[in-house]
Design a protein around this ligand. Structure first.
Ligand code: B12
Ligand code: SF4
Length: 465
């Protein structure tokens, strides 16, 4: 008899931007490749409403052997509430948490009695071994990447990363992909019939505000696997867009070009978007010409600051001159480009912030985001906070911690000035005739209408991202 496993993807209700839970999808496929013993149910807070009802329907007279909860740090407080509720309605069923949030908090997660286990960083190998352990017995010490209670102490097992050949692509039917077609995965793009791809794990850079979730060695999923999965679902759903959300999709340009060509051989007209980012200062002209001629319809590049001093301090180390030259080069293709800038960086001066704003205003791009830097626990940036600042961040984990409402200012700029600049830079940026013209020129009408509505909501502070 198959053993039931309940998986829960935590997210806010009313979130504007939603994304299929690719992490859960990869875990399930990894286990299914190796065992027919387990049967998975998914409750996805982006799509589903009533957990109690769901459990009543799926688990009358039967219990799952394990509940797995996936959460980002931002939704951790919700994940804990959900775990507490599950302990009431499914008493005795062990609960494991995984994902970027628990991987940052590590053993702190187990300060909550309602969670029994954490699996940190890559989840695949640890998750399969944990399923085997809860269903057949053995020792938790043999489960890689596991954090667990043992008598009076909390034990952290060594992590084990999955080999690049063994990373599985999600079954998008299990993730109910068509229900995501009606939603926004990015504020600027609107609802789209999109296939979601992540083709690598890991990033070689060392930005101090990052979690380095998958380590610094880049693992490349075999191209044939990426293309065959795309082809299979393309036949079924006839996608209009493909999003690549790799940390840095252009880390290996030759490979990136092979993937793009392969996708276009399967669907010539598909539109490409890269919402999670390209590293713009490493692009060659050949690569920029290639993406310029291959249906690129959205490209995100993170600049963060126009101060070279702060680039070095952040260990982002973007070569600003090359970045600017490459953005200007790309602009000949009228690709909608979005760049991000972070406000309130450690030791940032008013002059440096104004330099960043002027830099953003001068770039030939379509969109710019001006966000407050959030020192997330688990990042190097968090370690430079004062005890009081750490306390504020830890307290805000009990509610909502976001780029738009952070109370920690690490810069040398007074709070009042920083807040005013953060609130008004976006609206001033978008209300310039030049910017309105670019948006009209570069963005498809549907995205523009919806994007405009959302930008104004965000500017007025009413929307949640
Ligand atoms: C796509 C994406 C998004 C999507 C949605 C992500 C989601 N999962 O729901 C969108 C665009 C909405 C988004 C938004 C944000 N994101 Co984001 N995002 C990503 C990105 C690029 C890919 C996520 C992904 O699918 N990865 C691939 C899968 C395979 O990995 P995974 O989900 O982590 O799953 C693996 C393990 O974590 C684990 N696992 C996951 N779940 C579970 C559950 C169990 C039970 C177990 C055992 C294991 C397990 O196993 C999986 C396989 O190994 C990551 C960067 C990255 N490389 O992962 C950032 C990342 C997750 N985002 C991050 C951040 C900071 C944000 C924002 C706060 C940024 C913002 N601008 O506001 C928002 C918050 C979301 C919100 N609306 O409130 C951080 C996470 C920080 C943290 N510790 O929580 C990341 C890691 C980026 C980084 N480099 O720091 N994001
Ligand atoms: S480039 Fe992105 S993924 Fe890589 S270290 Fe910096 S923030 Fe993290």
């Amino acid at each position: 008899m198959t053993k039931k496993v309940l998986l829960i993807r935590v997210y806010h209700k009313n979130a504007l931007t939603v994304f299929p839970p690719l992490g859960i999808g990869s875990l399930v496929e990894y286990v299914k490749e190796r065992s027919t013993e387990f049967d998975f149910d998914l409750f996805d807070y982006c799509l589903d409403n009533n957990l109690d009802e769901f459990i009543k329907t799926k688990y009358s007279g039967i219990k799952p052997i394990l509940i797995g909860i996936s959460t980002l740090l931002r939704h951790f407080y919700l994940a804990i509430e959900i775990a507490k509720r599950l302990k009431q309605i499914l008493p005795g069923v062990p609960i494991v948490m995984g994902g970027a949030g628990p991987s940052s908090l590590m053993d702190m997660v187990l300060e909550n009695d309602s969670v029994d286990y954490v699996i940190y960083k890559d989840g695949e190998i640890g998750f399969l071994k944990l399923l085997e352990y809860v269903s057949r017995g053995g020792s938790p010490s043999d489960v890689p990447s596991l954090i667990f209670r043992s008598k009076d102490e909390i034990r952290i097992n060594e992590p084990q990363v999955v080999h690049e050949e063994e990373i599985q692509i999600p079954d998008f039917d299990f993730l109910r992909l068509p229900e995501y077609f009606k939603r926004f995965s990015h504020v600027m793009l609107g609802p789209r019939k999109t296939y979601y791809a992540i083709t690598t794990r890991g990033c070689p850079y060392s930005c101090i505000y990052c979690h380095h979730l998958f380590g610094r060695k880049v693992r490349f999923i075999p191209i044939e696997k990426i293309l065959s999965s795309f082809e299979k679902f393309q036949r079924k759903y006839n996608f209009e867009w493909i999003d690549f959300s790799d940390d840095i999709f252009n880390i290996d340009e030759e490979r990136a070009m092979k993937i793009i060509s392969g996708i276009r051989r399967i669907n010539r007209d598909i539109k490409f978007s890269y919402p999670n980012g390209f590293r713009v200062d490493i692009m060659s002209e050949k690569f920029m010409d290639f993406i310029g001629c291959n249906n690129t319809r959205f490209l995100s590049v993170a600049i963060e600051t126009a101060s070279q001093r702060l680039q070095n301090l952040l260990k982002k180390n973007i070569n600003l001159e090359k970045a600017e030259n490459n953005i200007r080069y790309l602009s000949r293709y009228n690709i909608p480009i979005i760049t991000t800038f972070l406000f309130g960086l450690p030791t940032e001066t008013l002059n440096e912030l104004i330099k960043s704003i002027r830099f953003a205003f001068g770039l030939p791009i379509t969109y710019a985001s001006f966000l407050r830097v959030v020192p997330h626990i688990g990042s190097e940036l968090f370690e430079i906070l004062s005890d009081e600042q750490k306390r504020i961040i830890m307290t805000s984990l009990k509610s909502d911690l976001h780029y738009h409402n952070i109370d920690v200012n690490l810069s040398n700029i007074p709070d009042s000035i920083l807040n005013v600049l953060q609130r008004f830079t976006g609206p001033v940026y978008y209300l310039r005739p030049r910017q309105i013209y670019r948006i009209l020129r570069d963005t498809p009408a549907r995205g523009l209408l919806q994007g405009g509505k959302l930008i104004s909501q965000i500017a007025l502070g009413r929307a949640r991202e």
